[in-house]
Design a protein. Structure first.
Length: 157
């Protein structure tokens, strides 16, 4: 009897300590990201050219705002790869704040890979967010010619 009472008290105590789980709102996002890059440094590494830079961007669509970014582009003989970290300030689904995104992508100049036509294709992921966007997560894709790409994906509030 004492053992049953102990287990019952333990279960009730654990239930009281449980943290309620909030429902997550899944929001589809899409739009346009236009940016103006500035090259900071260029280095050669064998047949590769490594470009370091930063840019300022304007976002329209589901992300409404501006951004600054630090990026690296590696120009290979057959393709180019890109990686960047973006600090965005503006609105997502009517909520204001900042978010940090990690981006990476690839470009096959001249459309060496079927269907790319020389466009950049890549992925983005929200690393952190502040203000009304705090706690938001999200990921998606981007594609298009240099300096003006489309994005799409999902954000979870």
């Amino acid at each position: 009897m004492r053992k049953t009472l102990f287990v019952l008290v333990l279960v009730v105590a654990l239930m009281a300590m449980a943290v309620p789980v909030q429902a997550t709102q899944n929001v589809a996002v899409s739009g346009d990201w236009t940016y103006v890059p500035t090259i900071v440094d260029v280095r050669e590494d064998g047949q590769n050219l490594i470009i370091y830079g930063r840019d300022v961007g304007t976002w329209t669509g589901s992300f409404e705002g501006t951004s600054v970014e630090r990026f690296t582009v590696v120009v290979h003989p057959q393709y180019n790869v890109y990686e960047g970290v973006i600090l965005f300030e503006g609105y997502v689904d009517g909520k204001y704040g900042t978010m940090m995104l990690h981006t990476h992508g690839k470009q096959y100049p001249g459309g060496l890979e079927p269907g790319t036509g020389g466009d950049w294709v890549g992925q983005w992921m929200i690393m952190s967010a502040t203000d009304e966007l705090e706690g938001m997560r999200g990921h998606g894709t981007f594609w298009g010619p240099s300096l003006d790409v489309d994005y799409a994906g999902h954000c979870f509030f």
